[in-house]
Design a binder for this molecule. Structure first.
Ligand code: ADP
Ligand code: MG
Length: 729
């Protein structure tokens, strides 16, 4: 009998929900208690230091060494009072995970005594050994010098693990030569650029608008499996997805899981991680079952994009840690199970002004709606002009399995606006005369006849679109569930900033004449944009075969795999967008491109190696055991003179033997292909070889293994089956 599988199943049988108690019934009592928030700073800092820090946070002013010392002291006092012993700079290297290195809060005092201390210089800057983080050849490992520097716009927080507490200080991570080695540095730049560009456009309409912040609400989808079963699946352990597994008789076809009642064990887990998240000031708000069995979602209330991304990274970390207590494993992989839905991380994105106005929300005031239309149309235009780059920003080995598969947006970038907005843009495009109506009502009114009203509670939804307008924000749905959202947001905010700058320049250039009304100029330019970016707008079913053909006719790209999608990072157009807006220089782009290719190659390599090991050491041995039983059986039947009956068994032996042969042959060929790929020097060639020559074996090998799964005695099968993994109680 397959020992690990059955002992795991026994453990699962005995599991009980682990009830947790919140520190208080009211969220507001403990929201952010583990955050060195503005209130905490006010309480622990002198009035002058507090003012200086606020200036740094709100206006990006530099912090003097004296202020840094004062803040470090205050942070330390606050943290030590709450039981912290260590601090760490917390940063987001290009591995996609977060990184930390803890130091204790003590130093030698006078006469060899130990004192608790945390200096300003240690708050502001640190030097982790950067040699072991991906740098894409920016530095060679001999001069592995990079530094982390405090990001005062994201507050420090206390991480509680196993009774210990660590003060975590969000930082950027940069090489000594100045190149960014992380996600946060370019993200902060992109957010600054979109702020400046959007503010300039707003000023055409409203002089009170002096800053604009990108807002982001990140819906996080994930799967949960029991820990014991997870450990009995080396593929989940190594590759984070199941490389084998026959579809269970019941999958998601009954559609009974989505929004169904949450299983008690899962509900306890959710409550537990939500408590931790609330303490960390992460505004988790929504929880529900997702479409696939074993799949769930959690979504916070939106925040400033930088904070939302830090919080999402932190949330994933907290979820993984809390899951341990519940004997669960969280799978953030984009496609952990074949044949059912994958997971995404929907990025709900908008732009919000210092006056509290959501620039992507249509309003009741006709004049304000021109501002809304300006931002809407410019965003569509930005996506149209940079669709390949946007596609590249969400590319990963794991997301390749999801895009275009069950219930996932396709790899073709398109924008969904909904029937009503589309009609508005169509009318705006085709109508020759425009006069601005100043009336106050529920409609977008540009003096064009027969424009359908945009209802304020616009519920238009298209689940098949990778980039959909959803009433007051765009939802970028193609982002993968395990991704650091910074990648998508660096690109999105940069291309929108770039487009808004161009728009602003055009408006200025064309409204020089005294008698030209600015509004008319704006409408004329928007009309041009609507015309030129029309191909990217699609309202139909993005999952359909017809869309692929239609998109090809429209000249839209459909780049199905990562190594090719990543080429967009080095196109002339991309280089220009990034250098014009001072996000990346040439060296940084090359380095990032190389890191992403390398990362892709490693992921496919790990899958291929895992597949080889599992097939040879687990699948084939148990199949042979079963086959031997059949051979003994057939022999026995023959001894009894039951030759016809023996033939039936011999047929089964033949079928099984053929599957074994196919598995063995294909595995050996895959290993050969891997060796050839490994011999290639160039990162791009290597990634392409893994994609085109190694990866195709996965499906063939899997096909035969999955067939065997339903032929071989259940008692002998070593890997927990889909039906066991997917239906948590
Ligand atoms: P869905 O139907 O897609 O679940 P919700 O209305 O529940 O949509 O919102 C999903 C996410 O969008 C939440 O995180 C929410 O806070 C976020 N969101 C709502 N408004 C905005 C906005 N103006 N900017 C950014 N995110 C927003
Ligand atoms: Mg959504």
């Amino acid at each position: 009998m397959a020992k690990i599988r059955f002992s795991a199943l026994e453990q699962v049988e005995k599991r009980q929900p682990l009830a947790v108690e919140a520190p208080s019934k009211k969220y507001s009592d403990y929201f952010g208690i583990n955050v060195f928030s503005k209130e905490a700073m006010r309480a622990y800092l002198s009035a002058d230091s507090f003012k200086a820090v606020m200036a740094a946070i709100e206006k990006g002013e530099k912090i003097s060494p004296e202020t840094a010392d004062a803040v470090a002291g205050a942070m330390k006092n606050w943290a030590v009072e709450r039981g912290a012993t260590h601090y760490t700079h917390w940063f987001q290297p290009l591995t996609g995970a977060t990184a930390e290195k803890h130091d204790a809060f003590f130093e030698w005092g006078s006469e060899g005594r130990v004192i608790e201390k945390f200096k300003g210089s240690a708050l502001v800057q640190q030097e982790p050994d950067a040699s072991s983080f991906p740098s894409g050849g920016i530095r060679n490992t001999f001069e592995a010098r990079g530094y982390t520097a405090w990001d005062p716009t994201s507050p420090a927080f206390l991480m509680e693990v196993g009774g210990g507490k660590t003060l975590c200080i969000p930082t950027v991570f940069v090489a000594y030569t100045g190149e960014a080695l992380d996600y946060k540095t370019p993200l902060l730049k992109a957010l600054d650029r979109v702020d400046k560009a959007a503010t300039a456009v707003c000023q055409l309409f409203d002089k009170d608008i002096t800053s604009v912040k990108a807002s982001l609400g990140i819906e996080q989808e994930f799967f949960l499996v029991d820990k014991a079963l997870y450990h009995a699946r080396p593929d989940l352990l190594m590759a984070e997805r199941s490389l084998f597994g026959h579809s269970p008789a019941k999958g998601q076809q009954l559609e009974d899981h989505y929004f169904g009642s949450i299983p008690p064990r899962v509900q306890c887990f959710m409550q537990d991680f939500e408590i931790e998240a609330i303490k960390l000031g992460i505004p988790v708000h929504t929880r529900h079952n997702e479409v696939a069995p074993g799949q769930f979602e959690c979504a916070p209330i939106y925040e400033d994009a930088n904070l939302a991304i830090d919080h999402n990274q932190l949330l994933m970390d907290v979820m993984e840690r809390v899951a341990e207590r519940h004997s669960l494993k969280v799978l953030f992989h984009e496609k952990p199970f074949a044949g059912i839905n994958g997971s995404g991380k929907h990025n709900n994105w908008s732009l919000i002004t210092n006056t509290g106005k959501n620039l992507l929300a249509p309003t009741t005031k006709a004049k304000e709606n021109l501002l809304f239309l300006a931002f809407l149309v410019n965003t569509v235009k930005a996506v149209y002009e940079n669709a390949d780059l946007l596609r590249a920003s969400i590319a990963s080995a794991a997301n390749d399995f999801r895009l275009g598969a069950n219930e996932a947006p396709p790899a073709i970038m398109s924008v969904f606006l909904g029937q009503q907005l589309s009609a508005v843009l169509d009318a705006l495009e085709s109508n020759a005369t425009i006069n601005i109506d100043k009336g106050d009502n529920m409609y977008i009114k540009l003096g064009i006849d027969k424009i359908p009203p945009i209802l304020m509670d616009n519920t238009d939804r298209n689940r098949t679109s990778p980039f959909a307008f959803t009433g007051n924000k765009f939802e970028f749905r193609a982002v993968g569930s395990s991704a650091n959202c910074a990648s998508a947001n660096i690109v999105l905010n940069t291309i929108v900033a770039d487009q808004l700058n161009k728009f602003h320049a055009e408006v200025e250039a064309k409204s020089t004449g005294k008698d030209t009304k600015k509004e008319v100029v704006i409408v004329e330019i928007l009309r041009d944009y609507i015309k030129s970016s029309k191909a990217i707008r699609f309202e139909g079913n993005g999952y359909s075969e017809e869309w692929k053909q239609e998109a090809a006719k429209r000249g839209l790209s459909n780049i199905p795999n990562t190594p090719r999608a990543l080429d967009a990072y080095l196109s002339e157009k991309t280089q220009k967008v990034f250098t014009d807006n001072h996000i990346y220089n040439h060296v940084e782009l090359e380095a990032r491109h190389e890191i992403m290719l390398h990362n892709y190659m490693l992921k496919v390599q790990i899958e291929s190696r895992s597949m080889e090991t599992i097939v040879l050491s687990q699948i084939i041995p148990c199949v042979l055991t079963y086959q031997q039983k059949l051979i003994d059986n057939a022999r026995g039947l023959k001894e009894l003179g039951l030759n016809t009956e023996a033939e039936a068994i011999i047929d089964m032996i033949r079928v099984i033997s053929n599957h074994i042969k196919q598995i063995k042959d294909n595995t050996y060929s895959m290993v050969e292909a891997r060796k050839e790929a490994n011999a290639l020097e160039d990162a791009h060639d290597k990634a392409i070889a893994y994609c085109d020559k190694v990866k195709p074996y996965f499906e063939t090998i899997r096909y035969h293994v999955d067939k065997l799964e339903i032929l071989v005695d259940d008692e002998l099968w070593a890997l927990p089956k889909y039906r066991e993994l997917l239906f948590l109680k």
